[in-house]
Design a binder for this molecule. Structure first.
Ligand code: C5P
Length: 221
């Protein structure tokens, strides 16, 4: 094992998927289970880190020894991540954050009416937490890690996203039938701005988590 190479470090991990409400009973959401983020939190604790897990709508139980902050929307996640990041050595954004949210929230349930077409749903952009954090690090030397799920041109799209977001590492997951969303296992490549590619073979999400912490640890020292 990696022993306690994260002892004395504080890391922040985001997990799950944000839900953007339309009215009191409906939301726009995604299929993220939170499993990858929770695996990152557990493995960081096992390696000695102090861990803050910002969890959006995950049904998983709080991992032992982790400070869990529960949020619902992207705006709430931004607030919680930025607050925790102020004292963090590394931030790993494993959450699936909605890119857009409904422009307005109906305080009463939206009704269907006979003979009337539905109102279109107007969306506005959410803040990009990863890009914001990468551009404006609250601590010098802080390591910022993003995740990306791609279905095709995985490496090319990953490279472009790494450059666009400005983070130190980007974990690119290939989305597939038994991989990534809600699955126990995943397969990935970790990209760095120096051009390096670290392949992560198909396997449990803890394996990917340990590889991410290895790469973070190298960059911290
Ligand atoms: O742009 P895209 O959603 O593909 O990027 C994925 C990465 O960016 C993830 O690490 C996710 O947590 C982060 N992200 C974010 N804020 C957003 C959208 C994505 O931090 N609004």
């Amino acid at each position: 094992g990696q022993g306690t190479d994260l002892a004395g470090r504080h890391v922040v991990v985001s997990a799950g998927g944000t839900r953007e409400p339309l009215d009191p009973v409906r939301f726009l959401g995604n299929r993220s289970s939170g499993k990858q983020g929770y695996a990152l939190a557990r493995t960081a604790v096992a390696r000695g880190a102090r861990v803050t897990l910002v969890a959006a709508n995950s049904e998983l139980p709080d991992p032992a020894g982790v400070d869990v902050v529960r949020v619902g929307t992207a705006v709430q996640m931004r607030e919680a991540v930025l607050k925790a990041a102020a004292a963090a050595d590394a931030v790993v954004m494993a959450a699936a954050v909605a890119d857009f949210r409904p422009a307005s929230y109906a305080s009463g349930k939206i009704k269907k009416r006979d003979g009337q077409d539905p109102e279109p749903v107007v969306l506005v952009r959410n803040p990009d937490i990863l890009a914001e954090l990468s551009a404006d690090r609250p601590r010098p030397g802080q390591i910022v890690v993003g995740f990306a799920a791609e279905t095709d041109d995985v490496l090319a799209n990953g490279r472009a996203k790494l450059a666009r977001k400005g983070c130190d590492l980007l974990v690119v997951n290939e989305v597939g039938e038994r991989k990534t969303f809600g699955a126990e296992r995943s397969e990935a490549v970790v990209l760095a701005p120096d051009g390096s590619e670290t392949p992560v073979p198909y396997g449990p999400k803890e394996g990917l988590a340990d590889i991410v912490w290895n790469l973070v640890t190298e960059r911290l020292s």
